[in-house]
Ligand binder design. Structure first.
Ligand SMILES: Nc1ncnc2c1ncn2[C@@H]1O[C@H](COP(=O)(O)OP(=O)(O)OP(=O)(O)O)[C@@H](O)[C@H]1O
Ligand SMILES: [Mg+2]
Length: 307
């Protein structure tokens, strides 16, 4: 029954955004489902007629692994874009499982990028510039961030206009969120006035526990309609998929995890960019200061006072 539903859904073509959407998937808390969300939403969008680029910005290279893309040391990828002169287009790799999905792989070289970037000119704008000159025809760019608020994540926050925050329905789920939101506000006021938290996704939801419901309620109270209606259940097929170099969308399309991500991706596509849906509100957003600086960020680009 479930498989039939998925097959029917797959015949749909989801709406293309008016212009390319750049979504940063961020939460400095580790293991909350950032990578899983990035690759599965990307695959779902690609399976529904949209052209998608995933930028793996995490030295762990988990998004590259899940998309079946090589990322051994020496593979050209995100590092060469941020610290060399490679264009995104030159280092992107087609994902075998979906003809309209590409990935810029991350190698372990990226582990030193925070320190290497610190002494560079316009260190926060490297990714933004690379994306601005990326002329490949994609509808979505999804950026998978590492679990830290260092220069790599800062580059993503400056480059994108929308943030998608995955929140795990577990103890301490909201821990650190204030720090993330504070960083977002700082970036917004100094480096990227367009930035906004557009969506929050509840991940690894276990319907058998009261705690999951409590966390979900609290997140919905705090973020209101930004929280996607679709919730991703905890599902073993989701965690098995990367071991086969796959997303759960291709590994087991009928699984509860795949259906959850399918619904979440559809919701994202149908909602569109918040700025397109509410132009009046967008126009009223505070403008960037004339002299945007990164003074409030420390020498390594992270917010000062942040551990
Ligand atoms: N819905 C789910 N059901 C079961 N396991 C899941 C689910 N979502 C994610 N996982 C597993 O939880 C772990 C953490 O997920 P993931 O790697 O996506 O988190 P992350 O936020 O990207 O982590 P990091 O901060 O290290 O980058 C992985 O082993 C993943 O396979
Ligand atoms: Mg990850």
């Amino acid at each position: 029954m479930q498989a039939v539903r998925v097959m029917n859904v797959r015949r749909e073509v989801w709406p293309k955004p008016l212009t390319r959407r750049v979504l940063t998937i961020a939460n400095q808390k580790g293991g909350v489902g950032k990578t899983t969300t990035t690759v599965n939403v990307a695959m779902a969008l690609a399976q529904h007629g949209l052209n998608v680029l995933v930028i793996d910005l995490d030295p762990q290279g988990n998004a590259s692994t899940a998309l079946g893309v090589a990322h051994a040391v020496g593979t050209p990828g995100t590092y060469d874009v941020l610290l060399g002169s490679d264009a995104l287009r030159d280092v992107q790799v087609p994902v075998e499982a979906a003809p309209s999905l590409y990935c810029v792989p991350a190698t372990i070289d990226l582990a030193g990028a925070d320190i290497e970037l610190a002494s560079q000119v316009a260190r926060e704008y490297r990714l933004k510039r690379a994306i601005a000159s990326y002329d490949f025809d994609v509808d979505y760019i999804l950026i998978d961030c590492p679990p830290a608020l260092g220069l790599l994540t800062l580059n993503a926050l400056v480059a994108g206009e929308e943030i998608l925050i995955p929140i795990q329905c577990e103890y301490y789920a909201l821990e650190g969120l204030a720090q993330l939101l504070n960083t977002v506000e700082l970036v917004k006021s100094q480096l990227n006035a367009e930035l906004e938290v557009s969506s929050v996704l509840l991940t690894m939801y276990d319907s058998r526990t009261k705690l999951a419901d409590q966390v979900a309620d609290e997140v919905r109270r705090h973020f209101g309609p930004k929280v996607l209606k679709s919730v991703i259940p905890r599902n073993v097929r989701v965690s098995e998929a990367p071991g086969f170099g796959q997303t759960v969308m291709t590994y087991d399309a009928g699984s509860r995890g795949a259906i959850g991500y399918l619904e979440a991706a559809r919701e994202l596509a149908e909602r569109g960019r918040p700025a397109d849906a509410a132009p009046a509100e967008h126009a009223a957003a505070p403008a960037a200061p004339d002299h945007a600086t990164s003074d409030q960020f420390g020498p390594d680009g992270t917010q000062e006072g942040q551990s």
